[in-house]
Design a protein around this ligand. Structure first.
Ligand SMILES: Cc1cc2nc3c(=O)[nH]c(=O)nc-3n(C[C@H](O)[C@H](O)[C@H](O)COP(=O)(O)OP(=O)(O)OC[C@H]3O[C@@H](n4cnc5c(N)ncnc54)[C@H](O)[C@@H]3O)c2cc1C
Length: 388
């Protein structure tokens, strides 16, 4: 089997690696541990290279990077531990607006998103609807030329640094739940919106957002009234392009290997001398290689024009569950000091072991929980009956 990429994708990989060497400084990486996995300077530098616009399909007017180039870019950025949450959302929303949005949205939002000037957040989940996202209850009611929005969203990550929210609302209660939804892109400085922080155990900050008689014009609607499910499907389609490649945390593996080679345990052995430690490190590295296989498979399918589905779910499930498993191993292998926090004296690997141990579980929740993802694989790949 020939696993090599075409020369243009490898040339692009070299370019991305050089970019990472130059711009992914320790300060940028540290900023990812301060609550939001986004760094404005780094994000703008990616935009300046044209890589945000480059990721938008050419038929929509974007730079049309190939699926293989996208895979290479996401792989290198993820493996280096770069903050790319803002980048992912910007590419997805710009693509959806270009495909299905009106001229007002195309002109007022897309250029700012792709130049890295502004961010948008996803407002799908509510206190009573997460996995069952179509059960959203936030109401949008037409009043003359305007819409009046009332409700609450949960986990509106990045809303506190974004200018907009892609908001899922209910516009019809008389039809089956998927058929009564409408999307809006709502400017977050509109009167009636309140953003409250939600701090996670993994130090990541998300938000609860509240909408109290929020009035916006019809030009902020995206897609048809009651046609929101089409927008949701389009957003998922573009999200797959970004999420096709996911990796457990290799920077953590490398850092732990350094630590294990130099640190002594109370019994006088160097940590790496323990065969259990060596086996776990090898298993972790094998998991990274498996993720590479998943990523290349989805990129290959996309490059052949195949809209992959269950393959993306498999990648997400394997990468996030591996990350959770590895982060627990690292804590175990480091001994009691592994529990020391980021920045505490004597914390091995600068406290990153504890940081990742607390962060990894959320990756098995957002973007679809592991249970939901297993259901999708069971139904889509194994042909098992629907569970709901
Ligand atoms: C840190 C963080 C950031 C997030 N960021 C965003 C964001 O930016 N925008 C946004 O809109 N959302 C965001 N989310 C929300 C995320 O997508 C949801 O939390 C997730 O989809 C699960 O929904 P829920 O929390 O309501 O749990 P529920 O859907 O209530 O699920 C609870 C449990 O039941 C299980 N379960 C539910 N249904 C089934 C089923 N049919 N079969 C088997 N098991 C099932 C789930 O797997 C889970 O274990 C974020 C979440 C977190 C934790």
């Amino acid at each position: 089997m020939d696993w090599s990429f075409p020369p243009e994708a490898e040339e692009f990989r070299t370019e991305v690696k050089a970019f990472i060497n130059e711009h992914l400084t320790d300060e940028v990486i540290s900023s990812t541990h301060e609550g939001t996995i986004h760094n404005w300077d780094f994000h703008k530098k990616i935009a300046e290279r044209g890589w945000l616009g480059g990721a938008v399909p050419s038929e929509l007017g974007g730079g049309g990077k190939s699926a293989l180039e996208m895979a290479v870019m996401i792989e290198e950025l993820q493996l280096a531990g770069a903050p790319i949450d803002g980048m992912g959302v910007a590419i997805v929303v710009a693509s959806v607006v270009l495909e299905l949005g009106n001229n007002h949205l195309k002109e007022s939002i897309v250029p700012k998103l792709l130049s890295g000037e502004t961010l948008v957040s996803f407002g799908y989940t509510e206190p009573d609807s997460g996995s069952d996202v179509a059960a959203a209850q936030t109401r949008a009611v037409k009043d003359g030329d305007e819409w009046v929005i009332n409700g609450q969203k949960m986990w509106t990550t990045m809303a506190h640094i974004a200018d907009y929210v892609l908001l899922l609302t209910r516009t019809n209660t008389e039809v089956p739940k998927h058929k009564g939804l409408t999307f809006f892109i709502v400017p977050l400085n509109t009167s009636g919106i309140e953003i409250q922080p939600v701090h996670t155990m993994g130090t990541e900050r998300s938000n609860a957002t509240f909408y109290d008689d929020v009035r916006i014009g019809d030009e902020w609607r995206i897609g048809d009234v009651d046609g929101g499910w089409e927008i949701m499907k389009a957003a998922l389609k573009y999200e797959r392009g970004i999420a096709g490649g996911q990796f457990p945390s290799p920077p953590l593996i490398d850092a732990f290997v350094d630590h294990a080679q130099t640190s002594k345990r109370p019994d006088g052995l160097t940590i790496i001398d323990d065969p259990v430690v060596r086996e776990r490190l090898v298993r972790a590295l094998i998991d990274v290689e498996v993720c590479r296989g998943f990523a290349y498979n989805t990129a290959f399918l996309a490059s052949e024009g195949v809209m992959f589905g269950v393959e993306g779910s498999m990648t997400k499930l394997f990468a996030s569950e591996s990350y959770k498993k590895h982060s627990k191993w690292f804590i175990d292998m480091a001994g009691a000091e592994g529990l020391l926090y980021l920045g505490e004296d004597e914390a091995p690997v600068g406290g990153l072991l504890d940081e990742h141990f607390r962060h990894a579980p959320v990756t098995t929740i957002y973007g679809g929980t592991s249970e939901i993802t297993r259901n999708l694989i069971a139904e889509g790949l194994l042909g098992l009956p629907r569970t709901r």
